[in-house]
Design a protein around this ligand. Sequence first.
Ligand SMILES: Nc1nc2c(ncn2[C@@H]2O[C@H](COP(=O)(O)OP(=O)(O)OP(=O)(O)O)[C@@H](O)[C@H]2O)c(=O)[nH]1
Ligand SMILES: [Mg+2]
Length: 460
Amino acid sequence: MEAETIAAIATAIGEASIGIVKVSGPASVKIARTVFRNFGNEAAALLPPRKMVYGRVVDPDTGEMIDEALCVYMPAPHSYTCEDVVEFQAHGGTAVLRRVLALLLRQGARLARPGEFTERAFLNGRIDLSQAEAVMDIIRAKNDAALQNANSQLAGALSQRIAKLRQELLDFLAQVEAAIDYPEDEIEVMPPARAEESIRLVLSEIEELLASARVGKILREGLRTVIAGRPNVGKSSLLNALLGEDRALVTEIPGTTRDSIEEYLDVRGIPLRIVDTAGLRDSDDRIEQLGIQRTREFLSSAALILFLLDASQPLTPEDIEIFASLPPVPVIIVVNKMDLPQLMDSAQWQQLAGAYTIVPISARERTGFADLEQAIERLVLDGAGWNAEMFFVSNARHYESLGAAKTALQSALSGLRDGLPLDCATIDLRAALSALGQITGETVSDEIVREIFAKFCLGK
Ligand SMILES: Nc1nc2c(ncn2[C@@H]2O[C@H](COP(=O)(O)OP(=O)(O)OP(=O)(O)O)[C@@H](O)[C@H]2O)c(=O)[nH]1
Ligand SMILES: [Mg+2]
């Protein structure tokens, strides 16, 4: 069955210097040549492969000129979709682009579904499913670290690891099944200890990928970071210093911040969703009480807490009480106002801190921030710094499939340990193989493929 030719506006709708309309499929060139004319004469443009041609988009029925445009033809199979693709670069206005698209549709193209171009790249075998998903991650990336991770995935960082694991499972299954199917050939049956060892190797790599999802989630959503402490210790000053702008009100009056303030911030490439909160204390003020209630809510969903102390004051019972009431998530103790004479005994805060990291800073003088950034980076990356080789699973679907593969392999292992014969394990191994294949798309149903691409943007 010959594929339909599809068309869509590929750029965001709005006012822009250019906008792109693209068409993909066997009739692309024929359709393009009916609506695109050489500039200066009315002949249909020739469209040599991979060369920009300057001309005009014209309504073939009325001769009306729609826009000046550049047009490029990318022949199959060396195009995004592996099909014949033609792209028009017209002016980036809503009416212009809609007219160009309408012309293409009238000439026989069908409006593309969201993600259908990328879906074709997948169905035609140019990229696997995890790489197709990386395309959308690149478009959605809000910071360098997320972009870098998506680029690694598109380049095959995940695909290669999954392919390797699947190959190992397949080799293993082939050996086991040969021994079962041809007992007369006296193929040596794998000793259970060696079988266990092989399964455990695959399992540990899957567990490593699963563990990377913690950072993957941070890259996608930002690390939920809450600045907390009693009033007046300098929480809002810290937020402002981190952002490099006067975002929150700062005064010498305790209880200045009433409502929580949430901002996005990059710390050494790590995205943070950081919240400055109302200082925690007993208060009779109704508004402040509501603010404090909010602080508690933000704290309960925090992934990292920056707990602030004021070094120019002795440690108070409130400080100790607040610290003890923090939820069980990573905490960095930030000792602020180091520029003032210190009334807080460092032995005191060290005792309070126990194993937590302590970072002395001055929000006013902006000192200590490199240490604070490093402490945050260490916490997120388990002591490591960024490097280009790092890859983190950041897609919930991949995480689920890895989890299913892990469960299947664990079940195979426990069967072997219980003394079940090796052929019983093959059922679990096949389940693991299938779960891994869902990530790259080998074993995924058409329905799920549709669902994945439906979440893409139009024209991609
Ligand atoms: N000397 C000095 N003063 C600071 C520093 N950081 C904050 N302050 C001062 O401390 C006071 C309180 O600062 P804020 O940032 O408003 O404190 P807060 O913790 O947000 O206070 P609430 O919103 O009331 O909970 C202000 O007068 C700041 O100028 C610092 O590093 N050094
Ligand atoms: Mg404040």
